[in-house]
Ligand binder design. Structure first.
Ligand code: C2E
Ligand code: MG
Ligand code: MG
Ligand code: MG
Length: 285
């Protein structure tokens, strides 16, 4: 504090820093109550089979409906939740909410073949995760093979030995595992071969460059081929244009998600979409 009077520059910089920390603290405190006040919501983004055009699955994406700040995106509060450990109860809520919601839709007759749930590194502990997943499946009645857990490359590769054990245990439960943002981390291909994986998700940064950037086209195609040779499903993320969709389909990419098809939708809007597609299929208008 005795530094403060020395010059105005320092005074202002300390002051601004405090303001920044205050808002971070406020956000952190508010986040502690977000769960119990039911301010957290799951939105759902559909994934489509590029060959048949059918719904291949949904990815659930968390949002925080704050009474004053409005809808807050996960990139703003998930890092805070990871820092202070709130991600563990939040992640548990996400798993349960997603499984229950999708199982209800399935019971209503909507064909939702897969629900993808994002995991954070702090949930990726053997005792915790197996317990959370088992309970979410039991509580909802969702068949294990419908649930796909998305983990990032860096999460797996930084804790490779533990990760291999956890992935094998998940496999025994019957759930699926996808590598999210594939191509942006540092996976060793030989390690990839030994992991019990189901899906590679091509990172949006490569899809963004299609068709203009030749290197991005090559990378996307290489991932599609790699997935095929390893017997894995492949999903392109962030498909925004018809041209991207067609190029990916011609490459043999199995599935795609992105704004070209649909933005993430609230549960209510997604349900309306499911009702509409079901009516179209059965020819009832
Ligand atoms: P992600 O899992 O890679 O999710 C994809 C993100 O890309 C989502 O952002 C989605 O809304 C956005 N996206 C989808 N299609 C397009 C497109 O065509 N163009 C563009 N520009 N963006 C598209 P969102 O919902 O803001 O989520 C950001 C990240 O937050 C997620 O990246 C994921 O890492 C994390 N996240 C979201 N929900 C959860 C959660 O329940 N738990 C954890 N641990 N992390 C979550
Ligand atoms: Mg994801
Ligand atoms: Mg991603
Ligand atoms: Mg590029």
């Amino acid at each position: 504090a005795k530094e403060l009077g020395k010059n105005t520059y320092q005074f202002y910089s300390v002051d601004m820093n405090m303001a920044h920390q205050m808002s971070h603290l406020n956000l952190e405190n508010a986040l502690r109550f977000a769960l119990e006040r039911q301010q957290l919501q799951l939105w759902y983004q559909p994934q489509f089979d590029l060959m048949t055009g059918q719904l291949a699955g949904l990815e659930c994406l968390i949002r925080w409906q704050h009474p004053q700040l409005g809808l807050i995106s996960p990139s703003e509060f998930i890092p805070i939740a990871e820092e202070n450990g709130l991600i563990v109860p939040i992640g548990d809520w996400v798993l349960n909410e997603a499984c229950q919601r999708v199982q209800r839709w399935r019971q209503q007759g909507f064909a939702v073949p897969r629900i993808a749930v994002n995991l954070s590194v702090r949930q990726f502990r053997p005792d915790l995760l197996l317990n959370q997943v088992t309970k979410a499946l039991q509580n909802s009645g969702l068949p294990a093979e419908v649930l796909e857990l998305e983990v990032t490359e860096s999460l797996i590769m930084t804790r490779i030995n533990e990760a291999v054990a956890i992935l094998h245990q998940l496999k025994q439960l019957g759930v699926k595992v996808a590598i999210d943002d594939f191509g942006t981390g540092y996976s060793s291909l030989s390690q990839l071969k030994n992991l019990p994986l189901d899906t590679l998700k091509i990172d949006r940064s490569f899809i963004e460059g299609i068709p203009e950037q030749a290197d991005d086209v090559v990378i996307a195609e290489t991932i599609v081929i790699l997935a095929k040779k390893l017997g894995l499903n492949v999903v392109a993320e962030g498909v925004e244009t018809q041209a991207q969709m067609q190029i990916l389909r011609d490459m043999g990419c199995a599935c795609a998600q992105g704004y070209f098809y649909s933005k993430p939708l609230s549960a209510l809007d997604l349900e309306a979409h499911l009702v509409h597609s079901a009516k179209q299929l059965s020819g009832v208008y």
